[in-house]
Structures are given as structure tokens and as C-alpha cells.
Write a protein that binds this ligand. Structure first.
Ligand SMILES: [Zn+2]
Length: 662
């Protein structure tokens, strides 16, 4: 028998249908976070680390490589001087002949302007740094280096610390509790972009500009009382604490962490520390980054309260507040109690905001680093395959705002230069960093967590490997060792939780005794040789997942893939697909938080009736049959039969993911 280590056994991920609210421990009612947080740097060593992105490359001819390239194309079409327009205008510098961007980047222009302007410039820096780290794209780095240099000029002109694309008078409005969109949210995106340019692209000027901005933020927040800051934190501010913690860790200056602590919102973290879900009514995508900041706070200080906040938040949202795609939120918030997703999905058509998915993926990476449990990657894969791949427009590279789950909707995408939603910004980052989570390492060896055609070069150990697969279109994953390390090393393959039994695995053509449970790792310890080849088959089956609060509302999956029913493309035009972000049939839900008001530009489309189904038996395979085309199914024996395809492959068509099934 070939040598197989006992695999780590963890129970399979609990699916939403079995959702039970987490137990509330008997704890004192006193909130555990007092006014004064004391920071001391006591970094916690991660139990697993992702490989640096330059050591991982996507191989061509896959849905992941396509997404990377389509996104690179879109980023390449955005001119640097247009991205800089509002920064220069705000600093009183010439804006040149380049026209400004529109949408959420719109400068002062008569009646219209956007108070989020500048946020996309920050995302663009992050995305460029990520793209450079993922692909070595020197042109992307040069363009972002130019942006940093020009932003530095703007900062100099504004006094050397403050930098943004809007005037400082907005801070007075924030301070006085007057209406203003989200200035700290915007500042954070710029700071995070500068940090990423420093961390991933070696741009030291970016770090200097960031330190100036951090000094400004430190002084501004230090001048307010604790209670006043807590009031200010009721206005969307996102993940600024995370960037300040990152800067503290990078520089060794505790000052930045203390500034980050002023962005800890007690009314959010205290209930979570007590394992209470008090998320109803909150804005989702300003709070998910706060959970990421809590995770980061633990990593740099060892304060376990913050780890517990982040871990409970993740468990609660991923199990009780996530749809079948892994996506969460509705109309940018959480409208229902946990576990009430059938009710939640009816509350608006604006379900599952894409930037929430981006930030939940980020949070799961932090938690996995501290606790390398494969269930984090079951969740990661669900979101990645169903909510991230499939929300970028093929060949064009634009991306989506909401991945709506309202029956009869269709996918809508941002325009080239007149939109710039929050999710456009996280979108360009997402598809620039598809190399960042496939392979992880610890003292024993490596983990293969995602099945993505790619090559890994672990330079320090002399290990080079290639992963080839058509997954999730195909079921086989092949890993070939191209360069072997000296001595023995453990290679752990994630065995997905959605499998029904142990996968068949071979090493150099010989079957391994891989009686390993789904939702765990298959660990192979061996003195590897160049040419060694591992093959793992992941057989997919059709299955149903019901809503936790309504067993008759069901979605269907094939292996890891959520299926969508194709309801036709009648009446859909390019105008419906590009630009608008509210869907037909939506209740009157305004775009949360936006002073631009509702953007309901959707012209009418034909009314359609959404089919309902009568199941022939508990196994959906008894009445939903393969058509012979890969991953295409069709219902049988229904009043109106429907063709089902993976949601991530369906574009320019109306669809339904959830069905009424009796
Ligand atoms: Zn968003």
C-alpha cells in the first residue's frame, strides 16, 4: 500500500437547510469591549500561510485565466489621467484634457456629483498591485506607479498629509452628524491601495503617502472623544482599521494600531463577542470589513476577543445568512433574522452584493490562516465558483453589483466609465488575485485548497508542481511534480465537503487507499520525485438545498455548482444588461445610502411566469435529468419544463435559482 498519512478528519460543512442558531454561552451581560483598548504588539504565528502570489501562476485555457485576462483588459482601458481627475481637481492642480469618470466617481458638475469619488482610484491601485503580483505585468505596475506619484503631488499640494478627491469640509459635516455619504470608507480604499502598492509592488513612495494619510487620520480621530467617535462610526466607514493595523505591522509603529482601534465600533463587536447575531438592519458591506479588521487585530496582538468576534461573525453569516451561492446581504443590508433566508430573499431583488462576497472571502482567508480547517475552503469554493466566476462579463471584463436571486432576473454589468459601484472596485481586485488562495503552506508541507489550473514554484524548498484540471466543468484534478524537494514533504489535498464519499485517488497510476471523509484533507507524505503524478476524481451528483425557513423553496446544485433555470432572453437588450443596477420586479427598495437616489433606469421587460415544480421523489435526479450536454439538465413531467445550467455560465438570459417545489 502506498504511504498515506491519516487525514485530518473534520465533519462536513453543515449546509444551510440544517441551520440551527449557534448556542449562546452563559456569559456576563457586560459588553467585553470597554472604552479604552490597549494595544501591545504580540504577533500570532499563522498556522498556515498562502504562498506569495509571484510563486503561483494561472495556466491558460480556464475560466479562471479567462476572468483574469478579461479584467486585465478592462483595467487597461481606463486611462490613468481619468482616474486622477478628481484628485487633481481637489488639490487645485491642472486636470489636463482627460475627461472625468462618471457614476460614483463623478466630480462636481452642476447638479450631479458623487461623494464617493476617489474610491475607485484606491481600488485601482490595489488591483494593479495584485495583478502585478499574480502575473508580473510590468505595464500595470508602471501605470499604478504613475498614479502613486501623481497622488503624492496632490498630497503635497494639500499640505503633506491629507489626500482624497473631495474637500475637507465634508469632514466637518461628518463631525457634526450632517448628511455625508461615507468619507472614511473612501479614504480607506485609497489607503488600502497604497498599502498594496507597497506590499506587493515594492513602491516605497506609496508607503510614504500612506503614512501621511495615516497621520492625518490619527490626528483627526485623536481629537474626538470616544463617544463622539462611536457616533461617527454609525456612518459607513468599512475596513480602515485593517489598513492601519497592516501599517502598524509593517512599520512596527504601535501608533497606527492605536489609531485603528478608534475605528472599533463597540455596538457591532460587543454582541459578536457574546456570540449574538444583532446584524439585522445593519449595512452588510461596511461591517464585513470590520470583521476582517477584528481578525487582523488578533493576528498582530494575540487578543483572543477579536479572534472570537471574527470567527463567530463568519460562522453566523456563512451558515445563517448566506444563500445557496454563498452570497449574503439584501439591499446592501441584512433585513431578516438569521436563518430566515426565504423571508430575506423576498424582501428585495437586490440580494447578494458582490463586494460582500469579496470581503467574506478575505475574512475566510484570515480565519483559515489561524485554523487551517478545510471547511473554510468549502465555503470559499462555493463563493468563488458561484458568485465570483460568473459575475464578470465574458470578454468585456466589467462586473456586477448584486447577483440577484429573485426569480426572473438577469445579470447586469457596470458601464465602461459611467458607473464605478463599490463592487466595480472590489471586482477589479478579485479577478486580479485568483492566484492568492490555491496553495498554502506550513511547517509540514503544502495544502492544495482550490482546483484551478496553475503552477506553483516553492523556490525555498525546490518544489515545483503543476495542477491541471477542467474543474468544475470536469471532475478530474491532476497534479504533476516537476521539481522535487529534498527529503519528505506532506502534500494535503482538500477533499470537498460536497462529495458523497471518498474520492478515487491514484499516485503514478496506482490506487491509493484514500478512505478519507469529504470535508477533510487527504495527506500524502513522501519523498517526492520529479514526474510523480497524483490524480483525484471528484464525482458530481445532483442535489437540492432547501431554504432553512421554507423546505419548499429549493435550489439545485451539481457538485459544487449552483444551477440556474434558463427562462429565456425575450425583451432583454444591451440597455437592460449594462448600467442599471435595480431589477425588474423589485419592490420599491432604494439604493441604500446613496445620495444619488434610486438608479432605476430599467425599461420594462415582458412579464414572465416563474414555473413551479412537483418533485417526483426526494432525489432530484428522479425528475431533473442530464440532457447529454455537459452540466446541462432538464426537468421532466412538469407543467412547464425548464433547462438548468450552472449559474456561472448563464449570461444575457433571465433566470431563477430558487424554485417552489412540492
Ligand atoms: Zn458593493
Amino acid at each position: 500500500m502506498l504511504p498515506v498519512l491519516a487525514a485530518t478528519q473534520t465533519p462536513p460543512t453543515s449546509p444551510r437547510p440544517d441551520y440551527v442558531p449557534p448556542p449562546r454561552p452563559l456569559v456576563p451581560e457586560t459588553p467585553p469591549f470597554a472604552e479604552t483598548l490597549e494595544f501591545a504588539a504580540r504577533p500570532v504565528a499563522p498556522r498556515a500561510e498562502p504562498f506569495p502570489m509571484p510563486q503561483v501562476r494561472l495556466l491558460p485555457d480556464s475560466i479562471f485565466h479567462d476572468a483574469q485576462e478579461w479584467n486585465r483588459g478592462y483595467m487597461g482601458r481606463l486611462a490613468a489621467d481619468r482616474l486622477l481627475y478628481t484628485f487633481r481637481a481637489n488639490a487645485g492642480l491642472p486636470t489636463g484634457s482627460a475627461p472625468p469618470l462618471g457614476g460614483w466617481e463623478q466630480p462636481e458638475n452642476g447638479q450631479r456629483s458623487s461623494e464617493l469619488r476617489g474610491h475607485f482610484g484606491g481600488h485601482f491601485l490595489s488591483a494593479s498591485a495584485l495583478l502585478f503580483a499574480s502575473t508580473g505585468d510590468a505595464e500595470a505596475k508602471a501605470k499604478a506607479d504613475y498614479l502613486v506619484a501623481e497622488m503624492a503631488r496632490c498630497q503635497e499640494r494639500l499640505g503633506g498629509k491629507y489626500l482624497s478627491a473631495f474637500p475637507t469640509t465634508w469632514w466637518d459635516r461628518l463631525e457634526k452628524g450632517q448628511r455625508v455619504w461615507a468619507p472614511f470608507y473612501t479614504i480607506h480604499k485609497i489607503m488600502a491601495g497604497l498599502f498594496d502598492m507597497y506590499r506587493l509592488a515594492g513602491n516605497t513612495q506609496a508607503r510614504q503617502v500612506l503614512e501621511g494619510m495615516a497621520a492625518w487620520a490619527d490626528e483627526w480621530t485623536a481629537a474626538r472623544t470616544y463617544e463622539h467617535m462611536q457616533q461617527i462610526l454609525t456612518i459607513e466607514f468599512g475596513g480602515i482599521a485593517e489598513t492601519l493595523y497592516d501599517l502598524a505591522a509593517a512599520t512596527g509603529e504601535a501608533r497606527w494600531a492605536a489609531a485603528g482601534d478608534r475605528f472599533q465600533k463597540r455596538s457591532f463587536i460587543s454582541p459578536l463577542a457574546l456570540r449574538r447575531d444583532e446584524l439585522r438592519g445593519l449595512h452588510a458591506n461596511t461591517h464585513i470589513p470590520q470583521a476582517v479588521a477584528a481578525a487582523r487585530r488578533y493576528e498582530i496582538s494575540g487578543d483572543t476577543r477579536f479572534r472570537d468576534v471574527a470567527a463567530f461573525f463568519f460562522d453566523d453569516v456563512s451558515a445563517g445568512r448566506s444563500y445557496v451561492t454563498g452570497g449574503t446581504s439584501n439591499a446592501e443590508g441584512w433585513l431578516a433574522p438569521p436563518g430566515r433566508l426565504a423571508a430575506e430573499v423576498k424582501a428585495s431583488a437586490n440580494t447578494a452584493e458582490c463586494c460582500c462576497a469579496y470581503n467574506m472571502l478575505k475574512l475566510s482567508r484570515h480565519l483559515y490562516a489561524g485554523n487551517p480547517d478545510p471547511r473554510y475552503f468549502d465555503y470559499y469554493e462555493r463563493l468563488l465558483l458561484n458568485h465570483r466566476i460568473g459575475t464578470i462579463r465574458p470578454h468585456v471584463g466589467t462586473s456586477m453589483y448584486y447577483l440577484s436571486l429573485t426569480p426572473g432576473v438577469w445579470k447586469t454589468f457596470n458601464t465602461e466609465d459611467r458607473t464605478f459601484w463599490c463592487c466595480t472596485g472590489t471586482g477589479i481586485e478579485e479577478y486580479a488575485k485568483l492566484t492568492d488562495s490555491i496553495y498554502w503552506k506550513d511547517g509540514q508541507g503544502l495544502f492544495v485548497n482550490l482546483f484551478i489550473p496553475s503552477a506553483l514554484d516553492w523556490t525555498e524548498k525546490g518544489l515545483r508542481l503543476r495542477q491541471q484540471t477542467r474543474y468544475p466543468e470536469g471532475e478530474r484534478v491532476t497534479i504533476t511534480i516537476d521539481g522535487a524537494p529534498a527529503g519528505e514533504m506532506v502534500l494535503r489535498l482538500r477533499v470537498p465537503g460536497w462529495l458523497e464519499s471518498a474520492p478515487a485517488v491514484t499516485l503514478n497510476g496506482k490506487a491509493l487507499d484514500a478512505s478519507v471523509a469529504p470535508g477533510s484533507y487527504l495527506a500524502l507524505r513522501r519523498a517526492w520525485k520529479a514526474g510523480d503524478r497524483i490524480e483525484m476524481d471528484l464525482p458530481m451528483r445532483l442535489r437540492a438545498e432547501a431554504m432553512p425557513d421554507d423546505p419548499q423553496v429549493q435550489a439545485f446544485l451539481y457538485g459544487p455548482l449552483v444551477l440556474a433555470g434558463d427562462l429565456g432572453g425575450e425583451g432583454l437588450t444591451e440597455d437592460h444588461i449594462v448600467g442599471p443596477n435595480l431589477r425588474v420586479g423589485a419592490p420599491n427598495v432604494e439604493q441604500h445610502g446613496s445620495p444619488l437616489g434610486p438608479l432605476n433606469r430599467t425599461p420594462p421587460v415582458p412579464d414572465i411566469e416563474i414555473p413551479t415544480f412537483r418533485a417526483a421523489g426526494p432525489d432530484p435526479a428522479s425528475w431533473i435529468r442530464p440532457t447529454g450536454e455537459p452540466h446541462v439538465f432538464r426537468t421532466s413531467g412538469q407543467k412547464r419544463d425548464v433547462t438548468l445550467v450552472p449559474l456561472n455560465t448563464l449570461f444575457d438570459r433571465r433566470y431563477s435559482v430558487y424554485w417552489q417545489v412540492t
